[in-house]
Design a protein around this ligand. Structure first.
Ligand code: ATP
Ligand code: MG
Length: 398
């Protein structure tokens, strides 16, 4: 019955002069996300609000809007002519719909309140007059209703604008954050594990567009582990239209490290190579930061000492959005995002295969620098970059 969706986007409102750019970005992102429904939709900005029209099934539209970063809330609404009768009838229909979805125990009164706003001062009734008029109409036509202006179970909202009136009662929470792309681009180091997809999602939530890089040890890790990474990206495209993946052939580097360097430093040295390669790709792609799924204290390579030694090879900022989360928190976030089930599939990651029995938990920079003397870093990097393959994962159509 609703014919429009009203979008609220709180945080953007705080951005002062940047506001129009943010709004445009959000509208683009909404439009692109709705494209997967394969039915016509329009995204409009009127009266300082974003409105969405779509012919698709409302539950599907809401499902999509619930994953667009930047949206704080969505209200399915009736857009009506500026006529009292139509507004009263619309308020009644909205009330009936909201009440039908509210399961009240017997004996509990259904309380409500009408809240009107009038930006169109030509309209002959003031907001308090409208509240009284519509409230009276509802009481008359909907048996059992009671007014409660302090904590009503249903709040019928009425907005009187230039050309139309809008009536709605629901406020469905969105994911919040900032529209993807509004904060520039970063390169996500995406393994097949649980943490890095969550890290990518959290970066996107802050408006960062993501490209992914995956280090791949063919033939030690096979097509299935690659397919897993593609699947993870596909799940992340629920939140952004597309993700580019750089697949880096990492085997030669790992073999060289295995052959020439102390076993306990392998993880540190592999990570240093990953960071060097990622920083190069980021520069080429105009990405301004790296994003990893590192958390503090989880494994040997995630002590602060290790991070210090690994980070030393790059000067690009490295964002670690899950740094303060416990494993359980990361897991539950992964479940909400939808990446968890894919992340726990048992295909080997490139690093597990070359993992030493006793990795150094407190590597020192001098040790790493000395061990790297045995490597021809320049040509190893060049070789890996040359064999890098780029793919793009698009949001699937529904
Ligand atoms: P994850 O759950 O993301 O795999 P993890 O807890 O297994 O993380 P590590 O294996 O130490 O931790 O990896 C730390 C981070 O390094 C990962 O979160 C990811 O950002 C990056 N990383 C590790 N392996 C790869 C890989 N093969 N390709 C791309 N990035 C990787
Ligand atoms: Mg891992």
């Amino acid at each position: 019955m609703y014919n429009i969706y009203m979008i609220r986007y709180g945080e953007i409102g705080l951005k002062g002069k940047n506001r129009p750019a943010f709004e445009r970005r959000l509208m683009d992102n909404i439009y692109r996300a709705l494209k997967k429904l394969r039915s016509p939709s329009r995204v409009l900005r009127v009266y300082g609000r974003i409105l969405v029209e779509s012919e698709a099934e409302p539950s599907r539209v809401l499902e999509i809007l619930s994953k667009v970063f930047g949206i704080v809330g969505v209200s399915p609404a009736l857009r009506l002519p500026l006529e009292e009768e139509a507004i009263c009838a619309g308020a009644l229909a909205t009330m009936k719909d909201a009440a039908a979805r509210m399961l009240l125990p017997a004996g509990v009164a259904l309380t409500f309140k009408v809240e009107s706003r009038r930006s169109n001062k030509q309209f002959p009734r003031t907001s308090p007059e409208l509240n009284g008029l519509i409230g009276g109409y509802l009481l008359e036509h909907f048996p059992g209703l009671q007014v409660d202006v302090h904590s009503p179970k249903i709040k019928v909202q009425v907005e009187i604008r230039e050309k139309n009136a809008f009536v709605y009662a629901d406020d469905i929470p969105g994911v919040g954050g900032l529209p993807v792309g509004a904060s520039g681009k970063a390169l996500l180091l995406l393994s097949g594990g649980i943490d890095s997809p969550v890290a990518g999602w959290m970066a996107m939530k802050r408006g960062i567009e993501i490209e992914a890089v995956h280090f791949y040890s063919f033939p030690f890790t096979g097509e299935k582990s690659l397919e897993k990474v593609r699947d993870l990206c596909r799940i992340l495209t629920n939140y952004t239209a597309r993700i580019k993946i750089h697949i880096v052939h990492f085997t030669d580097i790992q073999k060289e490290i295995q052959k020439n360097c102390p076993e306990e430093l392998r993880v540190t040295l592999m990570r240093r190579m990953m960071f060097r390669l990622a920083a190069r790709i980021a520069d080429e792609q105009g990405a301004l930061a790296l994003v990893t799924g590192e958390s503090v204290g989880q494994v040997a390579s995630q002590t602060l000492e290790s991070m210090r030694v690994i980070n030393q090879v790059v000067d690009i900022p490295v964002l670690r959005p899950v740094v303060g989360m416990d494993k359980l928190e990361i897991v539950s976030r992964a479940q909400v995002i939808g990446t968890y089930e894919t992340s726990i599939l048992p295909y080997e990651d490139c690093c597990t295969l070359f993992l030493p029995k006793h990795p150094a938990t407190r590597p020192r920079l001098e040790q790493a620098l000395e061990a790297e003397q045995a490597l021809d870093i320049v040509s190893l990097l060049a070789g890996a970059l040359e064999r890098t393959v780029v793919e793009e994962v698009q949001q699937p159509l529904l």
